[in-house]
Design a protein around this ligand. Structure first.
Ligand code: UFG
Length: 337
């Protein structure tokens, strides 16, 4: 396959590009580099020995994107492009809806015009809201009690893709609901490079470990969980990348939804301990008030993906901490060093 990766220079996109290339597929990256780096693509080329055509364009801008892709051939798409900072989405709702929704609308029209009928979409476990039960399977209600425009944009995009498929029955779309992606390629050459203060737990811990930040703030320790801190299903980004390849290789007409998670929950304090062991140093932390909009616990039931995609996670939280530390310690300033 020749796969267009929108947002292919980002964290999950770059790891997926690498796995696709290693599986013998070709990739084309479209990215506006608003929160990603050309250096990530260069390093994927270096790791794989393959060349990746890169198109710099804003997918949400119909004219720009159409012109940029006019001479580019591809037969399937993984749509990663979008804004993803939960707190920022509350402060900038119109920007989040414009970018995250318009990019999907433009992409769907472009795909239909060109007869490209295979799409994998980066959705999120956030569509489940505050879970009614844990672990959550794909039948869990969605769109109830979502707390931010980022989450709503994922929910709306799922609906948009379903509606597009009704009007265009040949379209095969897979909605992948990610749980909490962490870790890096084991080489330490590519990884997560958040701009500014990291919003997410593991990149924040990694910056504490490397000495860029003094301590972690643990957001709440009175949740109804074994140690009182939030529980999440952390999935190694290489497992996640492999999940995309499995989905792409099995895509058929219709819309299918899969959870991509490990099925195991870990608390904030468990992650702190695991990272401390991987890095061989203490991670200083303080207990801080709970963060608005956070839920106590989310854990995937990944059975459907295990069975239908013949995919399962093979890497542990300890592996993710080791690889995240390898990336962070070798690249303390991310790609800009
Ligand atoms: N946490 C801290 N301190 C920090 C950062 C996070 O204690 O500095 C805690 C959070 O409270 C939570 C856990 O660590 O209990 C994980 O937080 P993340 O921000 O890493 O991840 P979230 O589960 O909040 O968010 C993730 C994705 C979102 C997605 C959401 C719901 O980043 O894209 O899951 O599926 F919307």
């Amino acid at each position: 396959m020749r796969v267009l990766l929108t947002g292919g220079a980002g964290y999950i996109g770059s790891h997926t590009a690498l796995v696709l290339l290693e599986r013998g597929h070709e990739v084309v990256v479209l990215d506006d580099f608003s929160n990603s780096s050309r250096e990530a693509v260069r390093r994927v080329e270096e790791l794989t020995g393959k060349t990746i055509p890169v198109i710099e364009a804003d997918l949400a801008d119909r004219e720009v994107a159409t012109a940029a892709l006019a001479d580019v051939a591809f037969d399937s798409v993984v749509h990663f492009a979008g804004l993803k900072a939960v707190g920022e989405s509350v402060a900038q709702p119109t920007r989040y809806y414009r970018v995250n929704i318009d990019s999907t609308l433009v992409l769907l029209d472009l795909m239909r015009e060109r007869g490209v009928d295979k799409l994998v979409f980066s959705s999120s476990a956030t569509v489940y809201g505050d879970p009614e039960y844990v672990p959550q399977d794909e039948a869990h209600p969605v769109g109830v009690g979502l707390t931010n425009p980022y989450g709503w944009s994922k929910f709306m995009n799922e609906q948009i893709i379903r509606d597009a498929q009704v009007a265009w029955p040949e379209l095969g779309a897979v909605l992948l609901r990610y749980f909490n992606p962490v870790g890096a390629h084991p080489s330490g050459r590519i990884g997560e490079d958040p701009s500014g203060i990291p919003n997410n737990l593991m990149p924040f811990i990694a910056q504490v470990a490397v000495g860029k930040r003094e301590h972690l703030s643990v957001f709440g320790d009175t949740y109804n969980t074994p140690d009182g801190t939030g529980v999440r299903d952390y999935i190694h980004v290489m497992d996640l990348a492999e999940g995309h390849v499995a989905a792409l290789e099995r895509i058929a007409a219709g819309v299918t939804t899969y959870n991509l998670g490990s099925g195991t929950g870990s608390s904030v304090l468990e992650v702190v301990r695991a990272f401390g062991e991987a890095a061989g140093r203490e991670i200083p932390y303080v207990i801080a008030p709970a963060r608005g909009g956070d839920v106590a616990e989310t854990v995937a039931n990944p059975t459907k993906a295990n069975v239908e995609l013949e995919w399962q996670t093979t890497r542990t939280l300890a592996d993710a901490c080791r690889d995240s530390w390898a990336w962070q310690s070798a690249n303390p300033q991310g790609y800009t060093a």
